[in-house]
Design a protein around this ligand. Structure first.
Ligand code: GAR
Length: 218
């Protein structure tokens, strides 16, 4: 069998990005294997998705721990037990501290439903609509100690229309999330992603003038 990247996916809810990654792997587009899904929320629908595909899934409920560090220590242990090489945050709604990031240096990525550095944090699709921006989108980035501040790997842009609500925009953005997140994981699996300070370079990436809404195109 071909060598593939061992990934762990952290979720808190619906898990549609998890599903897009599972589908990408099953279709042979993503050279990775999901060794473990971890949810901090026992009711996350994403747990069901993992089980349906025979992927090991565990709950580490943050409410059971008195400090962030204790919670993170358990998550780190679970991921290490499975030999996870890349941690993929997919709708994971807990901020990770330095303690966790030290265990996986430059090995944690996140998807955020806005064009960072605009609109970090939560509820950002509605914030983009309320602000009146004409474009929004999503960002895949390495996670650092800040909230949504790590080096940007890829972004995709969508228009914002006057008739949009936060929900309508969220759906439009989500479709792009499902396209770019599996791609980025594949690039990392192929060892094509290199970080220099804040800048991230993807080997073999094209600067596409026709499909300018995803950058880079690789
Ligand atoms: C996605 O839109 C993701 O970008 C966002 O939560 C949603 C999860 O959906 N993540 C964040 O806001 C992280 N701060 P999913 O559970 O269906 O993948």
């Amino acid at each position: 069998m071909e060598e593939s990247l061992n990934i762990g996916v952290l979720i808190s809810g619906r898990g549609s990005n998890l599903q897009a990654i599972i589908d990408g792997i099953e279709q042979g587009k993503v050279a990775a294997k999901i060794s473990l899904v971890v949810s901090n929320n026992p009711d996350a629908y994403g747990l069901e998705r993992a089980r349906k595909h025979g992927i090991p899934a565990v709950v580490v409920d943050h409410r059971m721990y008195s400090t962030r560090q204790e919670f993170e220590t358990v998550v780190i242990e679970r991921l290490n037990e499975k030999g996870v090489e890349l941690v993929v945050l997919a709708g994971f709604m807990r901020v990770l501290t330095e303690h966790f990031l030290k265990a996986f240096p430059l090995r944690v990525i996140n998807i955020h439903p806005a064009l960072l550095p605009s609109f970090p944090g939560v509820g950002v699709q509605a914030k983009a609509v309320d602000y009146g921006v004409r474009f929004s989108g999503c960002t895949v980035h390495f996670v650092n100690e800040g909230v949504d501040t790590g080096p940007i790997i890829a972004q995709a842009v969508v228009p914002v229309y006057p008739t949009d609500t936060g929900e309508i925009l969220a759906d439009r953005i989500l479709k792009m999330e499902h396209q770019i997140y599996p791609k980025v994981i594949h690039w990392i699996a192929e060892r094509r992603v290199r970080v220099e300070g804040r800048r991230v370079f993807v080997e073999g990436a094209k600067m596409d003038e026709e499909i300018a809404h995803i950058e880079p195109v690789a």
